[in-house]
Design a protein around this ligand. Sequence first.
Ligand code: LMR
Length: 331
Amino acid sequence: MKLRYLIAGLCLSAVALSAGAETPIVIKFSHVVASDTPKGKAADYFKKLAEERTQGRVKIEVYPNSQLYKDKEELEALQLGSVQMLAPSLAKFGPLGVKEFELFDLPYIFDNYTDLHKVTDGPVGKQLMSKLESKGIKGLAYWDNGFKVMTDNKPLRVPADFRGHKMRIQSSKVLDAQFRALGAIPQVMAFSEVYQALQTGVVDGTENTPSNIYTQRMNEVQKYLTLSDHGYIGYAVIVNKKFWDGLPADIRDTLEGAMHDATQYANDIAKKENDDAMASIKAAGKTEIITLTPAQKDEWKKAMARVHLQQESRIGKELIGEVYQTTGKRL
Ligand code: LMR
C-alpha cells in the first residue's frame, strides 16, 4: 500500500518537474507611452490576465515609454519578429502602407466614444484590420485613448492664431493636412521626442490627449491648452502574424480571451484617465486652459472641413462615406 503511494507520488513529482521545466512563450509588448495612461494600464492588465490564465506558459514582457523602440522602429521590429505585440496609434499606419487607418485622424469626424465604437466594432473596423495581413501583421483589437486638445505657448482661440506655428504631428498625412488647413506648419516627430522639442522651441505646440500630455509633462512647457476635442487618438493592438498563427491553439484561444477582457478594461478606463489627467493639468497651474465659445468652435470646424474632401483620394471616398453613414453625422 505504502509503496503504491510512494510510486504515485514520484510520478506526480516527475509531471510537476517537467511542467515546471517548460520554457514559457515570451511575448514582448512594446509601446511608447507611460505606464500610467489608458494604453499603459491596459497593456499591464493584459499581461496579468494572460500570465494567470496560461498558468505561466506565456510570459508577457511589457516595455513602456519607447524603452525598446520609438514609433517607426517598433513597427519594423514587429515585422522582423524582434517584438511580438504593439499598440500603435491609428495615426501611425500610413508609413506601413495602410493609409486607410488615417480616417480616424479626420478632424471632427467623431463627436464621442459611442460614435467611434460604432465604427471600430463594425464592418469598417474589421475591414481595416484585414488590410494589415498582407504586411505580416494581425490586428487583435481597438483600444481607446481619447479626444485631443491643442497646446502652444500662445493662445489658440481662432484658426488665425495657428498661422505660421510649428506643430508636432504623428506620421499621418491627414494630420499634416489638418494643420495646413489652419495655416500652421506641421512637423512629424516621434512621441519620445516631443517634450524636448517643445521645451527647446523646435516646435511651438502640439495636439494630444490630456493623459499623454500630462504623463510626458508637456503641460510644464506649454503655456496654453485649448479644449478643442477636434480629433481622436486610439490604438490597434497588433501582433506578428506568423508568430500568432504558430502558437498552440489552446494558448492562442486563451490569449484572445485575455485580449477581449483587456480591451473592455481599456475602453472602460480611457475617458476617466483623460478626465483625471485634465484635472491634474489644471491643478499643476502651469497652463492656462482655454474653452472655446460655440462660435469659435464653429470657426475651427469650418477651417478644417475641407480636409475631409481633400483626403478622399488617400483614404477612399466610400470608406469615409461608410463612416458618415455609421455615425449618422458628417462635418
Ligand atoms: C503620439 O505619438 O502622439 C501618441 O499617439 C502616442 C500614443 O501612443 O498615444
